[in-house]
Design a protein around this ligand. Structure first.
Ligand code: FAD
Ligand code: EPU
Length: 340
């Protein structure tokens, strides 16, 4: 465990915002968390849980304690004829788990290759990409209920998963500190290649296998998305909006090329990147903040921008999409204001 005061967070958020936390605690083992939480009085204290910081926007110094779970380890907990249960500790890098699974020929998460961040956070917003969401392989999530300091374990069904959400994001943001996740992976992979552009890329690499799917996904992502190590960003800033069929039909009538995808509940998901793009924002820069020139859903820090600048820029985008299309975009990124 490491405890520090006035801890810089610049390297712990992928926007690269230069802020600090009043207190910082890094946990390297579960028992450290239990011991730490035995101290009173956490209930009233301000804290947040930080993984890799790839889905955060800090608009100022954080006036409380940042908990940084850095628990490491990957192990097989059960093995059957067709599946196996793999337990990964929360502080493992997500993409290192994907690489490990692919190298061992375990299928289920290959389409989620190259998503930044940690294993623990993958559950929080139910990460998704290229036709797969992590909920499809979640068997169990092990947590510590911070207010009581007691262990709480949830099955996949109990996680309340939805598009870019779960119970850990909704009702219990920061309540449950995720310590480990158990994934149910397949020994005989089933390839999901129907997302536009994926099948062609995979075929160009030869017969589909886990390695070629991973390679194809990484190549597509590198073409579209900026590398946070080079240019600060947090991936998609907004979620794709979900609308009723009637609204989709009205919009598509006036905009026949608006991408829209049917959902199982009869509603439709629209492409926020397309909406922002058609409002003329793609590649635009205001001060030190810009919209990425290859993916309009991604805001980028062109160097030393503050969180406030990024937030107010994002609000301008939101207003213009609302004015033009009557859709209020919802943020995917978690914004932390110093007053919170
Ligand atoms: P953080 O940003 O640190 O935290 C995210 C949330 O999880 C916060 O609410 C935090 O409090 C909570 N949290 C973190 N760890 C824990 C824990 N152990 N216990 C409880 N709560 C915790 N996301 C996608 O879904 N699909 C994509 O394709 C995708 N592409 C991206 C591409 C780029 C270039 C970038 C920068 C981001 C992208 N993201 C994508 C968003 C981001 O990578 C994911 O949301 C990721 O899961 C965040 O992981 P993190 O460890 O950085 O979490
Ligand atoms: N589009 C445009 N202009 C743009 C961007 C997109 O017209 O500037 C159009 C594309 O042509 C395409 C559609 O919008 O027809 C969808 O674009 P894309 O395939 O790039 O995916 P997305 O919907 O913009 C989502 C996720 C990504 C994820 C990809 C791949 C959300 C909010 N974003 O983006 O996740 O990697 O699909 O599955 O759901 C993230 O969450 O941070 C993230 C990067």
């Amino acid at each position: 465990m490491e405890r520090k005061d006035r801890y810089p967070l610049k390297n712990l958020n992928t926007f690269g915002i230069d802020v600090a936390a009043r207190h910082y605690v890094r946990f390297d083992a579960e028992k450290e968390i239990f011991e730490y939480l035995r101290r009173p009085p956490l209930a009233e204290a301000t804290y947040l849980i930080l993984g890799g910081g790839s889905n955060f926007l800090f608009t100022g110094d954080f006036p409380g304690t940042v908990f940084h779970p850095a628990l490491k380890g990957i192990s097989i907990v059960e093995e059957g004829a067709s599946h196996l249960s793999v337990k990964a500790m929360a502080g493992e890098k997500w993409d290192e788990l994907v690489a490990f699974a692919v190298n061992n020929r375990w299928g289920g998460i290959e389409n989620l290759s190259y998503i930044p961040g940690t294993v623990g956070a993958s559950v929080v917003q139910n990460i998704g990409a290229y036709g797969v969401e992590v909920r499809s392989v979640i068997q169990r999530v092990e947590t510590i209920d911070v207010p009581t300091g007691k262990r709480a374990v949830f099955s996949g069904q109990e996680c309340g998963f939805g598009y870019r959400t779960s119970r850990f994001k909704k009702e219990g943001c920061d309540r449950f500190l995720i310590t480990a996740v158990v994934f149910l992976l397949r020994k005989n992979p089933r390839f999901v290649l129907d997302y536009p552009g994926v099948a062609e890329k995979v075929q160009a690499l030869g017969d589909p296998c886990l390695k070629s799917v991973r390679r194809a996904i990484i190549d597509i992502r590198k073409q579209k998305l900026p590398d946070p190590a080079v240019i600060g960003n947090a991936g998609s800033f907004f979620k794709n909006p979900i609308v009723e069929k009637q609204k989709m039909e009205r919009l598509v009538k006036n905009n026949p090329d608006l991408p829209h995808y049917p959902l199982s509940d009869g509603r439709f998901k629209l492409a926020a990147g397309w909406l922002i793009d058609r409002c003329g924002w793609k590649g635009k820069q205001v001060g030190r903040v810009a919209v990425h020139d290859r993916q309009a859903l991604v805001l980028v820090n062109r160097g030393q921008a503050t969180g406030r600048e990024i937030l107010s820029f994002s609000e301008k985008i939101r207003q213009s999409v609302e004015q033009k299309y009557g859709i209020l975009l919802e943020r995917e990124v978690r914004v932390v204001e110093p007053t919170m």
